[in-house]
Ligand binder design. Structure first.
Ligand SMILES: *Cc1c(COP(=O)(O)O)cnc(C)c1O
Length: 397
């Protein structure tokens, strides 16, 4: 079958919620993807910050194949070995005390919100608690996660959403403080906003939030789904700020392609949940946990966090060059291998042209090119990306 036929069949049969780029991907090797015509693409999107290990990592693939041959699913009515191993590794890496596995980032957010509500409910038996979230945030598409996503366009047709959610300006401590009432049970934010355009939080902002949360026993929830798992040069982004949350969510690179998410919490908060409060059929099943477990092993073996730390200056310097050279490239923002270039114009055509030249890029909002490559990229890969980006920008601008 030809590429165009696959595209046509997909469009006929799939509910149209995405405008997909016109390529049909078939396989991957390292930092490259191949389409059904055999065309090669350097991948700086990693399936939206998921495939940290690069494609076709032998050890990772073998671990998953091996688990498939043993046991894929059990439900959460029983214990299984990958669950014990994965839970221990997540707890250690996240510096949280206990974890709950989900099937996606969105579900991790749902669980985090429920846990915060339960914690507050236990204190005063009231059911009118409030959550403060940020403008331009992104936490997912289910009704709970959408309720804390600061994007009117995503929310509007699906109202009413869950009540008691207020929005504040990211990096504006005053605007958060203004929204706090006796009912506030949690503040939720991404330490580095992803979909909103790659905006890192300032240290003062996170420290200020931590301080007010401590003072008023409000839970601080960090959504590390995109910025976590080594992407910014520490296992989780908050670790380089030194501001620890009470609950945190993770997903994306947690399973490196096997769908899995998690929320983790400090003990005092985790203890609010008792059997019956939350559950999932698939969440944390043996296949997902085998992936998580192997991902943490490989992060250590490959020294991925150090690798990001050592090479991110090089990526930043290369991107900064575009800011100096082209008037339409306004700014670079980000940390580690989570970078954004903000342009004065929509970036859709640039991304299409890059694809044509064999480079996969993604956007974050309409005017920002987002760079979230596999964490294994080398300086040579960065050079190759920069050179294709240069050709792309020259031909489009
Ligand atoms: C991707 C993302 C989510 C949603 O995760 P899904 O796995 O798509 O459900 C939530 N929060 C952030 C910060 C994300 O980047």
């Amino acid at each position: 079958m030809k590429q165009q036929e696959y595209i046509q069949i997909t469009e006929e049969n799939l509910i149209h919620t995405y405008n997909r780029y016109p390529i049909v991907l078939e396989s991957g090797e390292g930092v490259y993807l191949y389409d059904v015509n055999g065309k090669k693409y350097l991948d700086f999107g990693a399936g939206i910050a998921v495939f940290a290990l690069g494609y076709n990592n032998r050890t990772y693939n073998d671990a998953i194949k091996n688990q498939v041959d043993h046991l894929i699913h059990t439900s959460n009515l029983y214990y299984h070995t990958p669950l014990a191993e994965a839970a221990q590794k997540v707890v250690k890496a996240s510096q949280m005390d206990q974890v709950f596995f989900t099937n996606s980032g969105t579900e991790a957010i749902e669980g985090a919100i429920k846990l915060a509500k339960k914690y507050a409910y236990q204190k005063d038996n009231q059911t009118d608690h409030e959550i403060i979230a940020m403008q331009h945030s992104f936490h997912g598409r289910s009704l709970g996660a959408l309720s804390v996503t600061g994007n009117i366009k995503y929310q509007e047709p699906f109202k009413p959403l869950i009540g008691g959610v207020k929005f504040a300006e990211f990096n504006q401590l005053e605007s958060v403080l203004e929204q706090i009432t006796d009912k506030t049970c949690a503040i939720i934010l991404e330490p580095i906003q992803g979909e909103g355009g790659i905006y890192p939080a300032t240290l003062e902002f996170l420290q200020g939030l931590r301080e007010v949360c401590d003072k008023k026993d409000i839970l601080l929830i960090f959504d590390e789904i995109q910025c976590g798992m080594g992407r910014t040069g520490s296992m989780f982004a908050w670790q380089q700020y030194g501001v620890k949350p009470d609950i945190m969510t993770m997903a994306k690179a947690l399973g490196c392609g096997i769908p899995v998410g998690a929320f983790a919490a400090i003990k005092r908060v985790a203890d609010s949940f008792v059997p019956g409060d939350h559950g999932t059929t698939y969440g944390g099943n043996p296949l997902a946990c085998a992936a998580v477990s192997k991902v943490f092993d490989l992060f250590e073996e490959l020294h991925l966090v150090e690798h990001v730390k050592e090479n991110s200056d090089y990526l930043e310097a290369g991107l900064d060059m575009f800011v100096r050279k082209y008037d339409q490239v306004k700014a670079r923002r980000g940390k580690g291998f989570m970078q954004g270039l903000e342009l004065t114009i929509p970036v859709g055509n640039i991304i299409l042209k890059a694809l044509d030249l064999g480079l996969i890029l993604i956007s974050a909002g309409s005017n920002v090119i987002r760079f979230v490559p596999p964490l294994v990229i080398t300086k040579e890969d960065i050079d190759e990306m920069l050179s294709i980006l240069e050709k792309t920008i020259q031909s489009v601008l």
